[in-house]
Design a binder for this molecule. Sequence first.
Ligand SMILES: *[C@@H]1O[C@H](CO)[C@@H](O)[C@H](O)[C@H]1NC(C)=O
Ligand SMILES: *[C@@H]1O[C@H](CO)[C@@H](O)[C@H](O)[C@H]1NC(C)=O
Length: 515
Amino acid sequence: MKCLFVFCFVLFSARIAVGVNILAVFFTPLDSYQKVFRPLWVELSLRGHNVTVITTDPVKNESLVNLTEIDVSYSCYRISDELALPNDNLRPEERVKLNVFGMSLPAFEAQVQHHQIQDLLRDSSNRFDLVVMEMTSSPYYGFAYLFDVPWVGVLPHSTTLASDRDVGNLRHPLLFPDPTVKSYTGRNIWMRLYLALAQLRLIYSYDYEIMPELDRIARKYFGDDMPYLGDIEKNVSIILTTHNFITSKPKPTVPALIEIGNVHLKKNVKLPQDLQKELDKATNGVIYFSLGSNVKSANISSQLRNVIISSFAELPYTILWKWETDHLPGKPDNVITRKWLPQEAVLAHPNVKAFITQGGLQSMEEAIYYRKPLIGMPFFADQMKNVRSIAEHGIGVALNTDTLTKEKLKSAILEVVNDKKYKEKISELSDLMWDQPMSGLDTAIWWIEYVIRHKGAKHLRSPLLDLPLYQYLLLDVLAFVFGVIATTLGLLYAAYIYTKPVIQGVVGKNKVKSN
Ligand SMILES: *[C@@H]1O[C@H](CO)[C@@H](O)[C@H](O)[C@H]1NC(C)=O
Ligand SMILES: *[C@@H]1O[C@H](CO)[C@@H](O)[C@H](O)[C@H]1NC(C)=O
């Protein structure tokens, strides 16, 4: 009986959770990207899907039997050094071009030579049911055509102008400028003009400079029968985007755009023993300082470094600094450095009182989860925006690295640690962030399996995609209405001008008569 039951159960579960073959493409060699996506492909394989993933940061875990990882980490050296430099003077479309031509394209061209990717390109017996790809513009979109399957796009940040357009999510240039657009707080007419023109330039550059070049490269590998790469991009079934209401305002979204937050959080991470001891000992409080993985602290200018060091030396706290080289020149006694730190475990420690961050999205999510107030020290454009929102939400203090002094940094840290309001505010946001029907990861998996079950999501397609923009904006209607009004006014005026001498004549004659 028991056997029969088990047999039935196995049959039944096999029926409801049919594992399908998924190709996952997570090729951008940035830690912040890989960290968000990894739980996704691991979880898909654990749920019985047969996952093949192209990644620069493989898990290499033998127990994940349903997971095949194509390790393309060797391609990272191709990435342009310019990208590592904080450069805020680039125009938005220049920043996008730098990302595509300085990172995505060189990474693709290096990775595509990998023999396992060559096998995928050559061997038509590689049958997949779904492609899950990061929505970073690249020739990889060609895989959706090659295997003739629906595809799901994933973004490790809020949507870009391009991805919004793909699913017909109209993006208002003032309320939601592209993340690459520097947004200012002032809202005068010049600012609005700047934001509107920046969006037009981005669209132009994407459609006429970036996409045609990506299409040209993609054809070399996917063949000339491939539809235009931009059309494959627009064929995306749904987009999963990590978004939270701290770093981006609540935003209207079409049904095909699904927000998933906190996907990367591991929770229950352990500290290495030596560090655990150090932090336990520091009962005065610990300040955690990390600039994330893209800004290396060793790359910050020596002037800024000296300001930071001299300020730390005067604090009554222990400072835990993620510093990527062996030696920190002039290291004060209260500073501990490590080349790498399990950030979640550090933030979870009760003695940690505040977190000095560059303002990366994942770092902010972790700080909110572990309720640690922030001191923001931004370097890149979207970090500026994130750090500004730290101050706006009252969960910390924003600093400007260009004008930072020892006193400013010191007083910012003292204020965040000693004023209870920051801690209270971030705890409040933490409660809000977790009050959701499903976790980010569960939401992501549910929607991916939804696309598998329904072989795409055509029924979610926004009607905007089939409507010319001028019609959506009612430009023709407005033109017609104004045309009618203008014509009427014009006719009245003409009638007035034409009849004026006549009327005057009549009136004049009457006057003469009556005189
Ligand atoms: C592998 O997939 C099968 C179904 O295809 C599933 O039963 C099994 O639990 C999966 N194993 C692991 C370790 O993910
Ligand atoms: C869009 O996707 C479907 C499969 O879901 C495919 O049949 C169709 O050819 C694709 N169109 C383009 C332009 O890629």
